[in-house]
Design a protein around this ligand. Sequence first.
Ligand SMILES: NC(=O)c1ccc[n+]([C@@H]2O[C@H](COP(=O)([O-])OP(=O)(O)OC[C@H]3O[C@@H](n4cnc5c(N)ncnc54)[C@H](OP(=O)(O)O)[C@@H]3O)[C@@H](O)[C@H]2O)c1
Length: 342
Amino acid sequence: MAQHLNRRVILSERATGLPTPKLFSIVEDDVPSPSVGEVLLNNIYVTADPGMKGWISMARNYASVETGTTMHSFSVGVVVESKHPNVAEGDVVAANTGWAEYAVADPERQTFRKVDPEAAPLSTALGVLGINGFTAYFGLLSVGQPKPGDTVVVSTAAGAVGSAVGQIAKIKGCRTVGIAGGPEKIALCTEIFGFDAAIDYKATGDLDAAIRAACPEGIDVYFDNVGGETLDIVLGQVNLHGRVVICGTAATDAWIPQPSGLRPERNLLVNRIKMEGVLTFDFADRYNEAHADLSEWLRDGNIRYREDIVDGLENAPAALAGLYEGRNMGRQLIRVRPDPFL
Ligand SMILES: NC(=O)c1ccc[n+]([C@@H]2O[C@H](COP(=O)([O-])OP(=O)(O)OC[C@H]3O[C@@H](n4cnc5c(N)ncnc54)[C@H](OP(=O)(O)O)[C@@H]3O)[C@@H](O)[C@H]2O)c1
């Protein structure tokens, strides 16, 4: 391919608290070359994910980014050079590359998927038809195991994962209650995502009473994206044999020093509650199943989604910081270059 320079965002410093833009730098260097078995991608969209605070922190985590290297993220892009027999130049793919214009990817990794840009907007491959939709699907259905008539409570309910959880629960015949921050997000929950009730945790003076009022028959499934005090409160209202899906910890800024406060054991014991963590990658061999169901629900109008797209790689660090202030209205994406499929 013709020689271009490659702009990318690297991690300059590990985070001790919430990520801020000063932890990152922009660098420009040569476009990398794929080795045998690899491909070179020209990215179109990359992501900012709440989980990134864990990827760049000092604390133990399931994924980690080294300083001086490209910030990891999910991405969709076009193959511009292929040294893999089953991937052709021009293929559109979702992968885990990072905040870079060009990146090398290994098609044998389970996170590498071909995407049909005609079937749905390309950006959905990173949201409702990608990591967020899959997280909601497997977290709710495999771990939460909702039954028709169950009351399902979801935190970060207006966000990418939370909104999908609420809508999938509704499809499965459940009553849904969302917890989110601010009136705009509450309106999204009830008017767009079909929650039966939504609670603004930032406005209510008594979250315990607000949840009790919204869940008069108690809670059967809590899909937890925040942990912390909200989890403490919800656990006291989970029914006998209820399920608590631990998906995210948005309410805790950092895990060093280890925060204290959550004491779940009494509620778990008395009501025989099952509390289980979910990591989407553990379901990678079933992504096609989730993709097929979510695509059908999307086509039928049973699932709706919101995206919050900022332009330019240089704005990725600020978009990431905004997640921890709840500034995003939907899946936070960064458009690296104009989307040729729009
Ligand atoms: N386990 C997995 O495999 C997996 C995979 C993907 C995502 N996740 C988790 O799923 C959750 C949602 O992810 P997403 O991509 O859909 O993001 P999102 O919900 O679209 O955006 C993050 C939201 O977190 C909320 N938040 C931020 N700081 C908070 C705080 N201190 N207390 C309470 N809420 C806070 C904000 O919503 P409000 O304005 O409503 O507070 C913010 O908009 C995250 O916890 C993420 O880590 C887990």
